[in-house]
Design a protein around this ligand. Structure first.
Ligand code: FE
Length: 288
């Protein structure tokens, strides 16, 4: 059975971190989360002059995962467990914050020096109670290590960050079953991709105009898909440009969610504990 859009909403804009603008499909006033997903942010696209780029300086996380996927620019990250690296276009960082990290996510020295375009996504994935206090873990995959899937005519192509698309499996492993694809749909493209029926699924269009089932979904809109399994994606034959969208799905965790800024736990007591642990320094610090 085809999954059809049951609701389409337009992402709002807001300021985050050190003052960068994001387009945020959710959470919004009317929609707190799409279990197991807590947030999706599109950062940019934004063209920075030299010295002007901004990011998110030192901040903590506990109880969930942050997934950063970059399309343009460079992000340097550092954390309290001693990890340090730079993400470049097409690279993915899947960070399981678990019991807690403090990290910074900043434009690279090169972007600071020379300026440039920053564009990317951050998805927050909740962890089930059993995994909230797990040891922090990074999965960092460079662009050339991420598999891609193609329709037979080559007009529809997916970068498979998590899960499976058209029989191509991702290399990243997830704590609960998740799919995360970046689809490029050339004019006239059609693809049908299977998403297991127990997943909550949404599609966020970030370029052009996509067809989801027979509904037109345009740039900046997110479509929440109804029950079923197969998802039909496409672009009109007379489209001026390709459409691009993120297709994201996961099995709902169905547990109580207590969330306060960068901490996402099951109860308010656990949130208080997270704040206390952070304030007492038990998350460690970034050694520079
Ligand atoms: Fe962060």
């Amino acid at each position: 059975m085809l999954r059809k859009p049951k609701e389409i909403i337009t992402a709002h804009r807001q300021t985050e971190g050190g003052g960068f603008i994001v387009r945020r499909p959710f959470p919004t006033n009317g929609l707190n989360m799409v279990d197991p997903f807590l947030l999706l942010d599109e950062m940019g696209p934004m063209d920075y002059a030299p010295g002007k780029a901004v990011g998110a300086p030192d901040h903590p996380h506990r109880g969930f995962e942050t997934v950063t996927y970059l399309l343009s620019g460079e992000f340097t990250h550092e954390d309290s467990a001693g990890h340090k690296g730079t993400l470049r276009p097409g690279d993915v960082q899947w960070m399981t914050a678990g019991a807690g990290v403090i990290h910074s996510e900043l434009p690279s020295d090169k972007i600071m020096r020379e300026g440039g375009r920053m564009h990317g996504f951050q998805l927050w994935v909740n962890l089930p109670a059993r995994d909230k206090m797990t040891i922090p873990r990074y999965q960092e995959v460079p662009a050339d290590g991420i598999p891609t899937a193609k329709s037979e005519d080559g007009l529809a192509q997916a970068t498979v960050i998590a899960g499976e698309a058209l029989g191509v499996k991702a290399v990243i492993d997830t704590r609960t079953p998740i799919i995360y694809h970046d689809w490029t749909l050339q004019p006239g493209a059609h693809a049908t991709t299977y998403v297991p029926p127990d997943h909550n699924v949404f599609a966020y269009v970030f370029e052009g105009e996509a067809l989801i089932g027979d509904e037109v979904v345009t740039e900046g809109q997110v479509a929440f898909l109804g029950e079923g399994d197969d998802v039909q994606l496409g672009a009109k034959a007379d489209a001026a440009n390709p459409a691009r969208l993120l297709l994201v799905g996961g099995v709902p965790i169905n547990e109580p969610v207590a969330r306060y800024g960068p901490f996402v736990m099951n109860t308010s007591e656990e949130i208080v504990k997270a704040i206390e642990d952070f304030q007492s320094g038990s998350f460690g610090e970034i050694v520079r």
